[in-house]
Write a protein that binds this ligand. Sequence first.
Ligand code: HDE
Length: 721
Amino acid sequence: MSSLPPANGGGDGSQPRDAVDAALEPFRRRPENRELTTDQGIPIAQTDDSLKGGPRGPTLLEDFHLREKIMRFDHERIPERVVHARGSGAHGFFRVYESLEEYTSADFLCDPSARTPVFVRFSTVVGSRGSADTARDVRGFATKFYTQRGNFDLVGNNMPVFFIQDGMKFPDLVHAVKPEPHHEMPQAASAHDTFWDFVSLVPETMHMVLWVMSDRGLPRSYRMMEGFGVHTFRLVNAAGEAVLCKFHWKPLLGAHSLVWDEAQELAGRDPDFHRRDLWDSIERGDFPEYELGLQIVAEKDQLAYGFDLLDPTKLLPEELVPVRRVGKLTLDRNPDNFFAETEQVAFCVGNVVPGIDFTDDPLLQARLFSYLDTQITRLGGPNFAEFPINRPVAPVHNHQQDGFGHRAIHTARALYHPNSIEGNRPSLAAPHPAGFTHRPEILVGQKTRERSESFGDHFTQARLFLRSQSAPERRHLRDACRFELAKVERLAIRERVVGLLRQVDDEFAREVAVAIGVTVEPPDAEAPRTRAPDLAKGRALAAAPSLSLSNSPLDSIRTRKIAALVTAGVRSDELDLVTTALCGAGAHVEVIGEALGLVRSAEGQPVEIDHTFATAASVFYDAIYVPGGAASVERLVALAPALRFVREAFAHAKAIGATSEGVLLLRAAGLAVAVPEGSRLTDERGVVVAGEGQAQAFVNQWIEAIKKHRHFDREGDSPTR
Ligand code: HDE
């Protein structure tokens, strides 16, 4: 029932893309009314048959069109990203709410009238390019801001911490989590021996491991996911004064997750689930929006919170330093070409603009090398910054020259500095804040290869995270650990992991241990504990509500997808009323039936079927609705996929609604709901049913049920409880 704008629609569905982009992106073209040519511009009259000696004869070497076409095809593939290979991108813009000049001279953060173009790439980390979107994993959230003073790349994740403290361990981590080297299994999964072996031997991973095992590892969509810069950065104002800063992205739709069983089923039914969701939402005009949040801390307070702000395995709880929302990112345009944009985009943590600077976080420092380096192999040489998607909107003038894929034709005679031949052009920018000037810092220390003592506590924040989870979230986290570790073949690894979990929370560790064949001895007072940090105590927290998804906004059903199950004889008065109300609240209703085309309603109206039971499944939807109509429901009761729809939606804790006879399908599926007599309406943990003539009251109640996203209080129940 949703209508999509024409394929060439602009972000707002009104302007053609060419018109939107022409000024900034002259390279973005469509081929209308142009004749087919070779790469040399030679017009081609036939492209279906190769040039042969007779219709059944040998192909001739002189066929330059065939040779060029095949040569280009043979070399279409480039190496996929070592990590984050699977991704989806979107264009958009960022606008700051009010000037942040008090903290930074970055122009795009100081001018509320500036509309800064951005390109965002979301990704999974572990799987290769063709892997499923819904794997349990960290998600990348990389943003390129094309500012007037150059490109700023905020290359973040959907979790605020990382597995390791020093970039030196990154190749080890990635080798451990990727498919095992002898048989290249499993794909896009951490549930195997090498990953948990590494975890069991590197206690600093514990905090992040709990994040990945939590519901955060299974986002409902990229649109409903937080983002984090992870490291502590520095902001520098025009006067040269600096503060420390943590970057956040807060989705306006709130952060929500799938459940594990659903994620696994989706991996088979629609491996593109997140990619499709992002694409469809933008095409529909449901533009994903995120607020940029900053946590600002004085430089002198690097050690004031009970951990070291340079340690990327730690987060700065919002309860200690609130996140100030400073601006909004809107994604309003899909790419035109996946390869040219989403695949060729090259993010680099080192791309910062005047007003933003780095800290000495050793993970960040290693990343400063890695991103620039990896693109040379992946994008075939050093000139990837000239690709359209990577080009800044700020002008580029320098003396760089030559190399594979270099495009610019330098007309200057002097490609060096200083020079007198070209009047010493391009001239140097003035120092900060005009030109980028690294923040002067006093460095004192002995050259050494060691970990700072202040990075020594690996369990306090892991415990804080665990204890901040709601009961269902904690259960999911426990079940995820049980699942992953039950896949680990070596007992010694499972035992070591349980040993580490015990240092986080003994009871939690025991709950995991019973399911994975590990025997846990009573707590040993003498058991070795890792070093406690020698820091000021900081402000200890027992729990941080901001770390629980259950505290994410649940105040709207905007953009949620709802399936209505119908066959011929459906009551179109109920279907229309409910659909109108849901769409009015910003949701999307799709009608699922036996075959595409039209069916007649009980009132004789045509009802269009959007998807069939063969192609649709409850896992594609946030909630399901069964309208009344005796003939329709009688038929649905006899359809196995319709019964499955209901059972799965129940098992995945989704809102389920039925009006008048529709309730009979719920009962046939085994749900213990009573047929409401007369005008009764019941809401039993998100299963809302209403009798005759109650569609209006039903819809109000049901919208409340859908807002809750999931009804975890019935999770794990048999439908017939
Ligand atoms: Fe990355 N990371 N990373 N990473 N990362 C890459 O760069 C690396 C880290 C992140 O959509 C690679 O262009 C090292 C943290 C995202 O194109 C590579 C270390 C965070 C993306 C690389 C880290 C990230 C990448 C692979 C430890 C969250 C996808 C291809 C020192 C703050 C960007 C590429 C996109 C991609 C290296 C740790 C986020 C190999 C060495 C921490 C979102 O260069």
